[in-house]
Design a protein around this ligand. Structure first.
Ligand SMILES: [Zn+2]
Ligand SMILES: [Zn+2]
Length: 281
């Protein structure tokens, strides 16, 4: 289930791109999860559960999460919810180096109430792991949060299953997602439209969106790698910061018709006039 389908809030900050990982770490909630959530007629509550998880992570001032920390989460009925999705850095594994090493997949089980994963949930976690492999360039490690980090997560029942290699429960068929999460083309590092952009509204310092990314990709293509090395080596991040501003000023250094009246250089604000010049560079 995509973010749009469960009603995700947008990320607070741009999420960090990861090219590949060594595999996936499995998590539980480490809190009370109502046993009733696993009842067959309670699946309509699972979207609420997902939104509540996202809200609690985004309200966590200590961790300052940008978004729900997990790449995917799976409910007791086996539905796979897109969290950060593939190719985005998780926040769940305990440290930045651990986050870069593995994606994270959560099962909706806790340390009280619903503690034993349902077969449908295990099948869904398996689906999520396979999605991380096929769409997110995850290698084949399957570990628990406790591997390499001091935590009880993902709880005994889930961890025993992980230790067995996370086998698909008998009778559970792989579920190809109906709307597979979009795989961003490298070097996309931000969610947003890359569509037509006539320069209005202007793109400027401090913004993060698909139009900034479109500008950055154009600058890289126009100016070549020597100048464009000033942009994030991971590619066009979609964030308009000092480096992007410097690139815009450099690109328009010989185009005074795009400068403000009386100024001696471009101010970095790319409206339709500036864009039409950059577009032809
Ligand atoms: Zn965990
Ligand atoms: Zn459910």
């Amino acid at each position: 289930m995509t973010r749009a389908q469960w009603g995700a809030k947008p990320s607070k900050y741009k999420l960090v791109w990861v090219t590949r990982t060594k595999g996936v770490k499995v998590h539980y909630e480490g809190a009370h999860v109502p046993e009733s959530l696993a009842n067959p007629d309670q699946h309509s509550k699972c979207d609420d559960h997902m939104r509540a998880l996202q809200a609690s992570h985004m309200a966590n001032t200590e961790q300052n999460y940008s978004d729900i920390a997990y790449n995917f989460a799976v409910c007791p009925h086996g539905t796979v919810y897109e969290g950060r999705g593939v190719h985005y850095l998780t926040g769940a594994n305990g440290s930045q180096s651990l986050n870069y090493a593995h994606y994270s997949v959560l099962g909706f089980v806790g340390n009280k109430g619903l503690v034993t994963p349902t077969p449908a949930m295990l099948g869904g976690i398996r689906d999520a792991i396979e999605l991380c492999r096929s769409k997110g360039a995850a290698a084949d490690e399957i570990l628990g949060h406790r591997d390499g980090y001091n935590t009880t997560c993902p709880g005994e029942p889930l961890y025993l299953w992980v230790k067995k290699g996370a086998p698909r429960p008998s009778g559970n068929k792989p579920t190809p997602p109906k709307n597979p999460p979009a795989t961003p083309d490298k070097p996309v590092g931000v969610r947003g439209s890359l569509g037509a952009w006539p320069g209005n509204p202007p793109v400027q310092y401090g913004r993060t969106n698909g139009h900034v990314q479109k500008l950055q990709l154009r600058l890289r293509a126009a100016l070549g790698i020597t100048q464009a090395r000033r942009l994030n080596p991971n590619g066009a991040t979609g964030y308009y910061g000092n480096e992007t501003k410097a690139m815009v000023k450099y690109a328009l250094r010989d185009h005074p018709e795009t400068w403000d009246k009386g100024e001696t250089s471009h101010d970095g604000v790319v409206g339709s006039k500036s864009w039409s010049v950059i577009d032809k560079l």
